[in-house]
Design a protein around this ligand. Structure first.
Ligand SMILES: [Zn+2]
Length: 243
């Protein structure tokens, strides 16, 4: 019988590589994407639609959970706050969470994706959680996945089999994820990473800087078009008033 997997996809590199791994493992893919009021919601949604089509997804489910923006607490959803750019970003921090953290977002996303998974009797939920993100965000750690799976056993009906959350990149850093992506033929060219949501990647937010460095360290050509060509110095201009 065909295995089915819900792919929680932001449109970025990590979740796209995780979805490509699911495809390679023979899962029938059911893509899931949420708009939670993030600045890049439109671009992410466009990217996810292309990625889902590329990977032959059986279904694509978009949900809006704008209450996360109403709750506030994040520079990703609150346009009165600045998204750190350029030299304000420290890519090598350990256990230091930046202002781009959206309180409990992954927990909320997983809860909704789990409801979707139960409805379609999915065997697994694939997420792009990884060691690079876990430096900043504790909800990317292996322990978070383990504990969530334990909760999930008691979160579905007696007639349902709980799906298993799978995080195939949980031990990998960005260059390793990109290499893995090449290996599993992930459509990296269709991904969108920027926190700011412009047509092109800004090139200087934390997510863009991780993307640039990841490709460079992986030794893989980066075909992304960045608004700001340079990285990591004080010559940056502010890309737009939306920061
Ligand atoms: Zn950016």
């Amino acid at each position: 019988m065909t295995k089915t997997g819900v792919c929680v996809c932001s449109g970025g590199i990590d979740s796209t590589v995780a979805a490509a791994i699911a495809a390679q493992e023979g899962y029938e893919l059911y893509f899931f994407h949420a708009s939670y009021g993030q600045r890049a919601a439109k671009r992410e949604k466009e990217a996810v639609a292309k990625i889902a089509a590329y990977l032959g997804a059986k279904e694509l489910k978009f949900v809006e959970i704008l209450f996360l923006r109403e709750l506030g607490g994040s520079s990703l959803t609150d346009i009165t706050r600045r998204v750190p750019v350029g030299e304000e970003v420290n890519l090598d921090k350990e256990k230091e969470t930046p202002s781009t953290w959206v309180p409990c977002r992954n927990l909320v996303l997983l809860a909704i994706a789990s409801a979707y998974a139960e409805v379609i009797s999915a065997d697994a939920i694939f997420v792009g959680f990884n060691a690079e993100e876990a430096k900043s965000y504790p909800d990317n750690e292996k322990e978070f996945v383990r504990r969530y799976n334990a909760v999930l056993e008691k979160a579905v009906a007696f007639f349902s089999l709980p799906p298993t959350v799978k995080a195939p990149l949980v031990d990998l850093l960005k260059p390793e994820i990109i290499k893995k992506g090449i290996e599993v033929k992930a459509p990296l060219h269709l991904t969108y990473s920027c926190y700011l949501g412009e047509d092109k990647h800004c090139g200087i937010c934390e997510s863009c800087l991780h993307r640039r460095r990841g490709f460079k360290e992986a030794g893989v050509e980066d075909t992304t078009v960045y608004i700001h060509k340079q990285g990591g110095n004080s010559k940056f201009q502010i890309p737009s008033t939306k920061i």
